[in-house]
Design a protein around this ligand. Sequence first.
Ligand code: MTE
Ligand code: MO
Length: 169
Amino acid sequence: MDIATAPAPSASPVVDNAAMQPGWLHLSGSLMRPMSLSLDALRQYPAAVCKAFDLRCYTTGRFIRTVAPYRGVRLTALLEQAGLRNDVHGDFKRMVFLAIGHDGYFVTFSWHELFNTPVGEQAIVAYECGGAALDAHDGGPVLFCGADRVPAPRHVKRLARIEARVLAL
Ligand SMILES: Nc1nc2c(c(=O)[nH]1)N[C@H]1C(S)=C(S)[C@@H](COP(=O)(O)O)O[C@H]1N2
Ligand SMILES: [Mo]
């Protein structure tokens, strides 16, 4: 994996997620090459496909709907291209990734589960569902983790940003 050791930039600027252009995904935070990608740019990466699943709310147990298979790019592929910073030895092992929707809803992934467990193989940024393109007006791109027991929390509609953060005690 591509890991930087150069000095860190100053603190991340405050980002207004709602002001971001619908359909665009930004990768920010503790990365060597922060990126902004359109839905069409996401479609150029190697594709991964997840199985159809029942969307069910974790909080209420409510069945929402059955969702056809998503096709998208793995989150790990995007993060590998952006390159993780490693300003202090082993920083990447203390890294978490925030997947943030345009409405400010967000969920987390740890570096370990994405890069060091099978979960990472099924954590995708989807641009297609059941063979049909997911555009910005359909809520795309969607962040989906196919390994989760209850899939609704890490099913982020209108995904706007992935932010890499190194945790400190
Ligand atoms: N952007 C965004 N995605 C989200 C949420 C949200 O509030 N914002 N809520 C999550 C939760 S807790 C649930 S139960 C489902 C609800 O899906 P629905 O809006 O299609 O019913 O979306 C998930 N994805
Ligand atoms: Mo939920």
